[in-house]
Design a protein around this ligand. Structure first.
Ligand SMILES: *Cc1c(COP(=O)(O)O)cnc(C)c1O
Length: 232
């Protein structure tokens, strides 16, 4: 089941990319495995999937110890300063998608300095495109300031682009467009060779690809519905 679901998502990814004249290889599928057991993750792993996303720090710490080391973990949950240390200790943490304040960026910089980490940590800045109080992310108007802060003051963080959750439904496209607009503002100010846009989930990843997503985060379509839902 899981491997079939994965194949289906990948073929939709490919079809949609081709439809809008994009290279399918320029879009990464992150399998969001939060709340799911290791056996499920291994099924996807054995089918060739290597990028996995988690949004609870403790769960990610545990899974990263138990599962193969060539998994590339993406952290996609909200971050409290007190949890930054645990995240920094995960060797195969590939991308932190949810930097949303100067305070959190500084907490990572400080912790990585203490750990004497040589490699930079890849990060995205999360933007609250839909201006909802219950969604985390920096306000679009404050995004450039945060990105500049990361560039100027956090040498151990490597800024890779922007992430958003947006909203389900027809209206959702508007928020993907919004993220692309924020990207334009950012690249006026900072020089980036590559620029990721992380947007699109189970229900809207095809729209997100049409709007330029380079990183889709798909959970329930691959692993089935989750019994335990997000806290918040
Ligand atoms: C849970 C989650 C997803 C995946 O959601 P699905 O609808 O199950 O595909 C994607 N992004 C974030 C930030 C999430 O928390």
């Amino acid at each position: 089941m899981i491997s079939e679901n994965l194949t289906n998502v990948l073929s939709k990814l490919k079809r949609t990319a081709i439809e809008v004249s994009r290279l399918p290889e320029s879009i990464r599928l992150v399998a969001v495995s939060k709340t799911k057991p290791n056996e499920d993750i291994l099924m996807a792993y054995n089918a060739g999937q290597r990028y996995f996303g988690e949004n609870y720090v403790q769960e990610l710490v545990k899974k990263s110890k138990e599962l193969p080391k060539d998994i590339k973990w993406h952290y996609i949950g909200s971050i409290q300063s007190g949890k930054v240390k645990d995240l920094c200790l995960i060797e195969n943490l590939s991308l932190v998608e949810t930097i949303d304040s100067i305070k959190i960026a500084d907490a990572f910089q400080k912790r990585l300095t203490l750990l004497e980490r040589k490699e930079k940590l890849n990060v995205l800045v999360q933007v609250n495109t839909s201006a909802e109080d219950n969604k985390s992310g920096v306000e679009p108007d404050n995004c450039v300031e945060l990105v500049e802060h990361v560039f100027n003051n956090c040498p151990l963080l490597s800024f890779k682009g922007l992430m958003t959750i947006g909203k389900f439904g027809e209206e959702g496209k508007k928020y993907f467009k919004k993220l692309s607009e924020v990207k334009l503002k950012v690249i006026e100010k900072v020089k980036c060779e590559e620029f990721e846009l992380s947007m699109g989930m189970s229900n809207d990843f095809e729209d997100a690809i049409r709007e330029g997503s380079t990183n889709i985060r798909v959970g329930s379509t691959i692993f089935g519905v989750r019994e335990r839902e997000e806290k918040k």
